[in-house]
Design a protein around this ligand. Structure first.
Ligand SMILES: [Zn+2]
Length: 55
């Protein structure tokens, strides 16, 4: 798993979301879900960042 210490900022609702609290979903666009996950804002559901979790 990727360890990212910096919190993410949501552009939609201005929330600051620790990576631990972000919702993880499958990526869109057919990326391999075992290697890529999308982090989403727990407040509004907006996509925050796509992270590489492979290796
Ligand atoms: Zn948000």
């Amino acid at each position: 798993m990727v360890e990212t210490s910096d919190p993410l900022e949501c552009d939609s609702c201005d929330a600051t979301v620790p990576v631990d609290e972000a919702r993880r979903t499958k990526t869109m666009g057919g990326l391999d879900p075992t290697k890529w996950q999308t982090l989403c804002c727990p407040s509004c559901g907006s996509r925050l960042q796509t992270i590489y979790v492979g290796e």
